[in-house]
Write a protein that binds this ligand. Structure first.
Ligand code: PHE
Ligand code: ZN
Length: 850
């Protein structure tokens, strides 16, 4: 059956469902191509006068075998989206039997198979591919699930309710929307543990994996227990079932999913061992485990009324997992990393054709709105709210939120109301952060007269699709003032900007201060500050706020690279002098020093040039960055060996902040050293490496030095049986390739026997790396665009969701010159012209082309 013509859904059209679902009972008889799903659902008319009166159940790609109401067969009207039928005006029981074919489900949504194992993915609208149901988040119900099949392990949500030969039953006592339903069945082994909650409840914990992966669960389990404890300590939230299961799956479109009591993870986001995972993998796994666990309260117990409210659970849960990581590791390092990510992913989205509000007002395919804007900007908005009301009021508001809305499908209005009710603030203007898209630009002017220092800010948000005019937003601007001798005369203070232009004065100062502005990156804005290089260098040397200190260096780096590109200038030695004092200061945290050593990404530099009205040339940007890195290496040649030594770890491997910071700085040093020694140090590190972090950074440097051939082969032979390590092998070869080689390398890898393009991780390993290779992807002859388009066209038939997400590689195409634009447009048009293109991809491509 073909998908129907795309339809646009609007927030303003929301209506409650006309029935309340009191209980759901499901029975699955598993079979790869003929799974039977029997459902028994009790419906009761919804007394809400605003509710929709049509009885419509979603259902897609289902073979209906029978349908009954109160035991009597009924005739139904079936469309590609679902069914309607006549129903009684009172409570009734719906029974249906449908047949589905999980082995043929390559979209990985609904019930599908991965390496012989059955699993499900229902968010956002996948439950309708399992059976007929009002598949919308505001319909919440208790579920009882019986699974029949030969698979040794059979799991679903909630608590176990019995099992026997060939069957298992589960009961979830907490009403939940269908998108949180999950089922897993297969030949799995568990890594068990237990956790006692603060009120003394004993909870069984399991991480389920394929046999052979048992050794990669311990870290994830520790992260889970740490998350459970943290949510009790910091948010007062306790776990609410007898059991908590996590399952690792190899074929998964996203990172992980918070199904009630049965989280399902992309295996790359849970399996870890020192030999096969990098420090960055460990940190990400810890954060994702926490994220999915935290959803139990922010997402599951309090869910979203409709999918427009997605940021209600995602923004808040990202905010919570970032607090968790800050507490467990280094808060400044986490903040700087999050800003790098925001500027690298969310800003381009917010400033390009895909720009949409944190709470969108319309969509065709909701899967296209699991974006950096909803997640990361959504979290920034909560961070601003926290900053504006203060930590105590934030904690009170959250307690009220949990009290008032536990068990609800809530909205952003509900969320803001708890803050209004706890603080007495009017958040009407603040709410624009949810409705206005685009990144505000914040200009700042300074004045100094008679001991009074004045900061005047002007905010302006450029037009975005569908939003030509913007109103001023509430911007918390954290500032500090420093004396010319470097002493802080005003500690961090949050200024609350509400007008388009607004001044703030500071008096009683003995001398003109230097302002440190937007400390901790207190708002997701672009700060436009005309500041002298001397003042920036001063902040780089003296700022007490680590983010602003880092950002001062970043601005100097940017200015230097832009001058190199435009005027062929030499690297800015004054900046390098200042940077040197930080990078070689061994009293500072190594991971902070590593962040200081990194220069802006090439994509970010392209965006900067574009914003200044210039046309970025990816090759020129690449050359300038190369020249700068070479200059750094030569300048510090004598001191690098010493610095490298400082980063050695003698203790046995642990993926903690301390060790991983050292290894990160060590990797940065190695990349400079490799420019001088042609790969000797990298080869030595490769040969001696006993963990993946060291092995992979050595391999990358060998490839970049043109000495990678042997190591690439030996790495393959060592790791060819490990899918997750092979993903790294595929990705790194593309990422480390020369700009004129990246496309050829990617193309060659697609012909490798291990290139399983139907596996999203493997597809992303190659094409995600290509899209991230700025000069390689944006090659002048359009070969990068063409290759990606070819493969997106191929993948769309099998997996629309992953195809659509990968389309965002094209979102910056209008930055570039006419030649590149023509190639990109041709590639996008070619995708658009594909017969039978999915709704997912068609929505993305048409938005990007507009
Ligand atoms: N809700 C999942 C998460 O935390 C993301 C997800 C969305 C996974 C859709 C699968 C499908 O954040
Ligand atoms: Zn989430």
């Amino acid at each position: 059956m073909k998908d129907a013509a795309p339809q646009t859904i609007y927030l303003k059209d929301y209506k409650p469902f006309g029935w309340i679902v009191k209980d759901v009972s499901l029975r699955f008889v598993l079979h790869p191509t003929e799974t039977r799903v029997f459902s028994t659902i009790t419906f009761s008319p919804n007394p809400d006068p605003a509710a929709e009166r049509r009885f419509f159940l979603h259902g897609e790609h289902l073979k209906l075998k029978s349908a009954k109401i109160d035991g009597n067969p009924v005739s139904v009207d079936i469309t590609p989206e679902g069914l309607t039928c006549d129903v009684p005006g009172c409570d009734f029981t719906w029974e249906a039997e449908v047949e589905i074919a999980p082995a043929e489900n390559t979209a990985l949504e609904g019930l599908y198979m991965s390496n012989g194992m059955y699993c499900t993915q229902c968010e956002a609208e996948g439950f309708r591919k399992i059976t007929y149901y009002p598949d919308r988040p505001d319909v919440m119900s208790t579920f009882t699930v019986r699974i029949e099949g030969d698979e040794p392990v059979k799991l679903s949500n909630g608590n176990p309710a019995g099992q026997g030969d060939g069957w298992a039953e589960w009961h979830d006592p907490w009403p939940k929307p269908a998108y949180l339903f999950a089922l897993v069945a297969g030949d799995l082994v568990n890594h068990p543990d237990r956790f006692t909650t603060k009120s003394g409840k004993d909870v069984e914990l399991n991480i389920w994996v394929r046999p052979g992966d048992e050794g990669k669960c311990a870290f994830g389990m520790d992260a889970l227990k740490a998350s459970m404890k943290w949510d009790e300590d910091v948010y007062g939230r306790e776990y609410d079932l007898d059991i908590f299961n996590i399952v690792a799956v190899d074929d998964f479109n996203m990172g992980a999913m918070e199904n009630k009591g049965l989280n399902i993870f992309n295996s790359s986001c849970v399996l870890a061992s020192p030999e096969t995972s990098t420090d960055a993998n460990f940190e990400r796994i810890e954060a994702i485990i926490a994220h999915e666990y935290f959803h139990n309260w922010t997402g599951n117990r309090i869910t979203c009324r409709d999918w427009f409210q997605l940021c209600l659970k995602e923004g808040l849960t990202v905010y919570r997992d970032s607090q968790f990581t800050s507490d467990l590791r280094s808060a400044p390092v986490k903040r700087i990393s999050d800003v790098i990510d925001l500027r690298g992913r969310q800003f381009p989205e917010d400033q390009g054709p895909l720009s949409h509000p944190v709470r969108p007002e319309s969509f065709q395919e909701i899967n296209n709105f699991y974006t950096a804007t909803v997640y990361e900007k959504g979290a920034e908005v909560i961070g601003m709210l926290n900053r504006l009301v203060g930590d105590d009021a934030y904690a009170k508001a959250l307690d009220l939120y949990f009290d008032r809305h536990d068990g609800d499908a809530a909205t952003i209005e509900d969320w803001l109301k708890v803050f209004e009710d706890t603080t007495g603030r009017d958040l009407t203007q603040f709410k624009r952060w949810y409705s206005q898209s685009g990144t505000p630009r914040l200009k700042v002017a300074e004045d100094w007269a008679d001991g009074t220092y004045t900061l005047t800010f002007t905010q302006d948000t450029p037009p975005t699709p569908g939003q030509p005019d913007k109103a001023p937003q509430v911007i918390p601007i954290a500032v500090g003032l420093l004396n010319p001798n470097g002493d802080e005369v005003l500690p961090t203070t949050v200024l609350e900007m509400t007008e388009a232009t607004q001044s703030f004065t500071f008096d009683g100062l003995a001398s003109r201060p230097v302002a440190s502005i937007l400390r901790e990156f207190s708002a997701p804005v672009v700060l436009e500050r005309d500041q002298s290089p001397q003042e920036r260098a001063f902040l780089l040397a003296h700022d007490t706020d680590p983010f602003c200190r880092w950002d001062a260096s970043r601005e100097l780096a940017r200015a230097s690279i832009l001058a190199m590109i435009r005027d062929g200038a030499a690297p800015d030695t004054a900046w390098l002098d200042g940077l040197e004092r930080v990078v070689f200061d061994d009293t500072l945290d190594p991971s902070f020093r590593e962040l200081m050593l990194a220069v802006p990404t090439q994509s970010e530099l392209a965006q900067n040039l574009f914003e200044m009205g210039e046309t970025p040339d990816p090759d020129a940007i690449h050359r300038a960055v190369e020249t700068l890195r070479q200059a750094m290496a030569e300048r510090w040649a004598d001191r690098l060996p010493r610095l490298a030594k400082d980063t050695w770890v003698t203790a046995s491997y642990a993926p903690n902040a301390d060790q991983s910071g050292k290894r990160a700085l060590g990797a940065a040093v190695l990349s400079l050293t490799t420019r001088l020694d042609g790969g000797a140090a990298a080869q030595a590190q490769y040969d001696a490496a006993d963990n993946m972090t060291l092995q992979l950074s050595a391999l990358g440097n060998l490839i970049r030095a043109g000495k990678g051939d042997l190591a690439v082969k030996s790495f393959y032979n060592q790791w060819k049986e490990d899918r997750l390590v092979m993903d790294k092998w595929f990705g790194l070869q593309v990422g480390a390739a020369e700009p004129d080689q990246a496309v050829e390398v990617a193309r060659a890898l697609t012909r490798h026997p291990d290139f399983d393009w139907k596996n999203p991780n493997r597809f992303r390993a190659v094409f995600g790396a290509l899209a991230m290779h700025h000069a390689g992807f944006h090659r002048a002859d359009g070969a990068g665009y063409a290759l990606l388009a070819d493969w997106l066209i191929t993948l769309d038939d099998k997996n629309p969701q992953t195809t659509a997400r990968m389309c965002s590689a094209f979102q910056t195409w209008k930055r570039y010159d006419a030649g590149r634009q023509a190639h990109a447009r041709a590639a996008l048009k070619r995708i658009m012209a594909k017969p039978g293109l999915s709704r997912d991809t068609s929505e993305m491509v048409s938005r990007i082309l507009e």
